[in-house]
Design a protein around this ligand. Structure first.
Ligand code: SF4
Length: 286
């Protein structure tokens, strides 16, 4: 009930006009409404399973209330480290996982991240249009000089580096002209109408980690590794659903659902151990 109240007050802030009320399941308040495999929304939990690609053994599992897999990669790596005493050399993930934060975190930990390339929207220049800037004075009309890290405007004035900020996978570097130069410029009404400061310009660059990830994922080797993901990651899911019949949780609440998943994964691992280790030995002695 506390969480429902928190969710309701957050939602009221966000949708003041709509006044849309959030709902919680009365049979399982800790479940969250998520999009299911068949396109239907239902109270659900997000099960995160990490599988060793070579042995096909589950090496990490947890249940979260997040409806998105974005943000689940770092906790998965921490679980693997805690279970195995060492971090994985490589993580192969699907499209929801390689967020900017995840790419940077994996680069920092020295883990080779393999995942699909996701089109990242470059911030548009619509704001210039709205501010009445003529197309002749859009950023492409300014020339960049790497030796001084500055721009030259069409009137020949310099725009010097001012600030830097990050947005998604982009680094936004702002350059600005001197106010006095723009005030006395005959193009001011087309270039920076209404501005009290000098004209500014944004230089958009991908972060080094994102650029490296994208370059790697364009290689044939990385694509071949990624092709193995579905077989490795989906096999335990399919096995647990088909062999154990766990298509719907029998228990309620985050902890009990977590236990149910843990038992299922343990059963899977034991069966794999029998198949891979015990059975070949038994057959050798038989
Ligand atoms: S308004 Fe300023 S930035 Fe624009 S062309 Fe003139 S001097 Fe250059």
């Amino acid at each position: 009930m506390e969480q429902l109240e928190q969710s309701r007050s957050k939602n009221q802030e966000k949708t003041k006009e709509k006044k849309k009320q959030p709902r919680a399941s009365s049979t399982d308040p800790q479940a969250r409404v998520m999009l299911g495999a068949k396109g239907a929304y239902a109270p659900s939990y997000n099960v995160q399973i990490s599988t060793d690609a070579e042995a096909k053994i589950i090496v990490g599992v947890d249940v979260s209330q997040s409806s998105s897999d974005a943000g689940e990669l770092e906790p998965a790596v921490e679980r693997i480290e805690a279970n195995l005493g060492q971090k994985p050399e490589q993580m192969v993930v699907d499209a929801a996982y390689p967020t900017q934060e995840a790419i940077e975190a994996m680069a920092e930990k020295g883990i080779d991240l393999i995942g699909p390339l996701v089109a990242r929207k470059k911030p548009s220049w619509d704001v210039l249009k709205r501010n009445g800037v003529s197309a002749a004075f859009y950023p492409q009309a300014f020339s960049y000089d790497p030796s001084t890290d500055s721009y030259r405007c069409p009137a020949g004035q310099r725009l010097s580096f001012e600030t830097e900020e990050r947005q998604g996978g982009w680094v936004k570097r702002r350059y600005r002209a001197q106010r006095a130069d723009c005030r006395s410029c005959p193009f001011q009404s087309q270039c920076c109408p209404g501005t009290k400061k000098g004209r500014s310009l944004l230089r958009m660059e991908k972060t080094a980690q994102l650029a490296a990830f994208e370059a790697k994922m364009q290689s044939e080797q990385a694509q071949q590794i990624y092709k193995q993901r579905a077989g490795v990651a989906e096999f335990p899911n399919a096995w647990i659903k088909e062999k154990i019949g766990l298509r719907q949780f029998r228990l309620r609440g985050l902890i009990k659902v977590g236990l149910e998943v843990l038992w299922a994964c343990l059963t899977y691992n034991i069966c794999q151990w029998i198949r891979l280790c015990w059975r070949p030995q038994w057959l050798a002695y038989a």
